[in-house]
Design a binder for this molecule. Structure first.
Ligand code: NAP
Length: 339
């Protein structure tokens, strides 16, 4: 079995940062069997591989000398139905927001707050995508993946996925091993809206009856207002994770910087918005040649046109250093950096 392999492919429009690098080879895979073919066939076994979905959370630093594998496994099907929920199996190659749109259309609750997030279904558990108080890990029941190391297919239950803030086992122990092929989501038939975030709460405050469609519309409207469209301005959303500190550390910071915001977490720690820290260090709207920080949101690094991955990374490192210097906090990239 061989699907079509293309050669010398520009990746400029294959990642949302629009960094101008190339891949030596490119192939879509539309089934787990096609994926396995590239790892087993004599022609491709020894060739280095990179699995790239929507490219919305990666920064590429250089040309990729091997084969890029792009998930194109499609399909959204109900595999089980209970009185109050449905279990939906979606292919890794479904666009995330198409899946959310379909869920809203069919009256399935649970992912409406995750509307308009770029990327694919297959990467949603890897990054444990989150927005407005909801994370993929809240609704993922199982993840089906193929393991590059043992050459076998596996199904991982939610409790074994290691879901944490923008993190999972797929970014830790299974990094560079698991290729997600399908994700199973448990979605509710009845509402249970999460409207705790101020922007979303305010957008729906005048509503007499909140519905799935209204929440989706509001999230899309807010995101479009606040975040740059990658088609117009290269970016990968939030570049840094929101750091977490101990409550005592937060109290000390609060004494030195009384206006510092913090959200107290169930584990006793405190989450500090990284965007606030970056903005306080004066980076919002910064630009040097074609690399910069978005003028309306300090957490978003942008490519104004011809920035290289290296230039974007250099700016990220300068930002990290200034935040560390001023607040003693080490920022960590949320974006995956590929050398
Ligand atoms: P925002 O509403 O301006 O809030 C700033 C930060 O404060 C967020 O990072 C959020 O943390 C935190 N926060 C706000 N209200 C909170 C609450 N009630 N409880 C706990 N934490 C709270 O944030 P924004 O930049 O416009 O983003 C809105 C949502 O979309 C956030 O959840 C954000 O993570 C998500 N988003 C994700 C990306 C991405 O690339 N991954 C890009 C843009 C936005 P959290 O980030 O932990 O939620």
């Amino acid at each position: 079995m061989a699907t079509q392999v293309r050669h010398n492919i520009s990746l400029k429009d294959r990642t949302t940062f629009h960094v101008d690098v190339n891949a030596r080879h490119w192939a879509d895979f539309s089934s787990p069997e096609e994926l396995v073919y590239y790892y087993r066939s004599e022609r491709w076994t020894a060739v280095p591989k990179l699995v790239l979905s929507g490219g919305s959370n990666v920064l590429l630093l250089s040309d990729f000398p091997g084969l890029v594998l792009h998930p194109a496994i499609r399909g959204i099907e109900v595999v089980a139905e209970e009185a109050d929920s449905v279990l939906v199996r979606a292919g890794a190659g479904e666009k995330w927001d198409d899946f959310v749109s379909e869920a809203v259309r069919r009256g399935w609750h649970g992912i409406e707050n995750l509307s308009w997030i770029p990327g694919y279904v297959g990467t949603s558990p890897i990054q444990n995508i989150g927005a407005y108080g909801v994370e993929a890990g809240d609704v993922v029941e199982k993840v089906e993946y193929w393991d590059r190391k043992d050459g076998k297919s596996h199904v991982l239950e939610n409790r074994s996925c290691g879901f944490a803030y923008r993190d999972s086992v797929f970014k830790q122990a299974l990094r560079d091993r698991a290729v997600v092929t399908h994700v199973l989501f448990r979605l509710r038939k009845a509402p249970g809206f999460v409207l705790t975030y101020p922007d979303l709460n305010a957008a729906l405050s005048g509503e007499t009856a909140v519905t799935l469609a209204r929440v989706r519309e509001a999230v899309i409207r807010i995101r479009k207002q606040k975040l740059p469209d990658p088609a117009q301005l290269g970016n990968a959303g939030s570049f840094f994770k929101n750091p977490r500190v101990d409550a005592e550390v937060f109290q000390t910071l609060k004494m030195r910087h009384p206006e510092i915001p913090g959200f107290f977490l169930d584990d006793g720690g405190v989450k500090i918005p990284a965007g606030w820290l970056v903005q306080r260090c004066g980076w919002k709207g910064f630009r040097e040649k074609d690399v910069g920080v978005f003028e309306d949101h300090a957490l978003i690094l942008v490519n104004h046109g011809r920035a290289s991955g290296r230039q974007i990374l250099t700016l990220a490192e300068k930002i990290e250093a200034s935040v560390a210097d001023r607040f003693g906090i080490r920022l960590e990239p949320e974006v995956t950096i590929l050398t």
